[in-house]
Design a protein around this ligand. Structure first.
Ligand code: AMP
Length: 281
C-alpha cells in the first residue's frame, strides 16, 4: 500500500499517472461505511486517494477531539484489498497547517444555520477549510461523501459551486449495522449497554417514516423523544424535519416538498447523528 505523508510526494505520483482520481476524505477509524465509499471510488476512477486526517479545526469540543479513535494500522489493513488502485494520504498537522491552525469563514446561507451548524458552532467552517485544502492537494476528478453526514454533503456541494471547482461530488448511501445503527467511528466509544440501546435511533426514525401519522412536526418530535428516552442510555439533543435542498427545519409538512429527518442523540458522552430521507410527500 502506498502511504504518503506529504502532498508533494502524492502529487508527483499522481502527475505521472494523468488519469481520473477519486478522493475519499476520512478521519480514519475506518469501518464498512468508509469502505463502501472507497469501493465506489475504485469502480469509477483509475486512482483513488483515501485521506486519513483528524482535522482539529472542525472540533468544537476538545474532549471529543481527544477521544476520537486512532487506528491507522488497522485502517491500512482494511484498505489492503484495494491496494492496486489506492494511494493513502495521511498528513500531519504541520503538513496541513504549516503556519498554524486556521479556519476560513464561509457563508453557506441556510445550509449551516441549523442542526449540526447550530449545535457545533464553527464546525462547517473547519470542515470546508480542510476539504478545500484536500481538494487543492489531491486535485480529484470526483470526491465521495456519505449521506450519513447529509448536511456536510450539502455544504461541500455548495463549496464546490461557490469556488467554481471542477470536480463532481458523489453521494454514497448510509451503511448500517444489521440492527440499523448507522456505522460510525464513534460507535467504538459506546459501552455494551449504550451499543444495545443505540439502534433505537434509526428504528424510531423508520417507524415515524412508515407510519406518517401526522404532518405536525412537534408531534413527531414528541413521539421521537418519548421513544428514545424510554432508554436510560439515550438523550436526544435535537430532532427535526428539514427541507432536503435548503436544510431549513419546518413545523408542518407540505405536499410536493422533499424532507429529511435529522437527529443528534447522546449515548453517555458519545454523540451520534443520523438522518433518514422522507422523500417527496
Ligand atoms: P468520517 O471519517 O466520519 O469523517 O467520514 C468520512 C466519510 O465517510 C464522510 O463522507 C462520511 O459521511 C462517510 N461515512 C461515515 N460513516 C458512513 C456510513 N455509515 N455510511 C456511509 N458513509 C459514511
Amino acid at each position: 500500500m502506498l502511504v504518503f505523508t506529504t502532498a508533494e510526494e502524492l502529487s508527483s505520483c499522481l502527475k505521472s499517472q494523468s488519469q481520473t482520481v477519486g478522493l475519499v476524505p476520512t478521519m480514519g477509524a475506518l469501518h464498512l461505511g468508509h469502505l463502501a465509499l472507497v469501493e465506489k471510488a475504485c469502480k469509477e476512477n483509475k486512482w483513488v486517494v483515501v485521506s486519513i486526517y483528524i482535522n482539529p479545526t472542525q472540533f468544537n469540543n476538545t474532549e471529543d477531539l481527544e477521544k476520537y479513535p486512532v487506528t491507522l494500522e488497522k485502517d491500512l489493513q482494511l484498505l489492503e484489498p484495494f491496494h492496486k488502485q489506492l494511494l493513502v494520504y495521511s498528513p500531519s498537522n504541520q503538513e496541513m497547517y504549516p503556519s498554524g491552525f486556521f479556519k476560513k469563514s464561509y457563508d453557506f446561507g441556510t445550509l449551516t444555520k441549523h442542526m449540526e451548524g447550530a449545535f457545533r458552532p464553527g464546525h462547517y467552517d473547519g470542515v470546508a477549510t480542510v476539504v478545500e485544502l484536500l481538494f487543492k492537494k489531491t486535485t480529484p476528478t470526483k470526491a465521495y461523501f456519505g449521506e450519513k453526514d447529509f448536511q456536510q454533503l450539502q455544504v461541500i456541494r455548495a463549496l464546490v459551486k461557490q469556488k467554481k471547482l471542477s470536480l463532481s461530488i458523489v453521494e454514497c448511501p448510509t451503511v448500517r449495522e444489521k440492527d440499523g445503527l448507522a456505522m460510525s467511528s464513534r460507535n467504538q466509544l459506546l459501552t455494551t449497554i449504550q451499543r444495545q440501546a443505540a439502534p433505537l435511533i434509526y428504528q424510531t426514525l423508520e417507524s415515524l417514516k412508515k407510519n406518517a401519522f401526522t404532518s405536525d412536526v412537534s408531534q413527531m418530535e414528541l413521539y421521537f423523544k418519548k421513544e428514545l428516552e424510554q432508554s436510560d442510555e439515550l438523550k436526544v439533543e435535537y430532532f427535526c424535519v428539514a427541507e432536503t435542498e435548503n436544510l431549513v427545519p419546518v413545523t408542518t409538512l407540505e405536499k410536493g416538498k422533499k424532507y429529511r429527518f435529522f437527529t443528534a442523540v447522546f449515548a453517555g458522552k458519545t454523540r451520534l447523528i443520523d438522518t433518514v430521507e422522507l422523500g417527496r410527500i
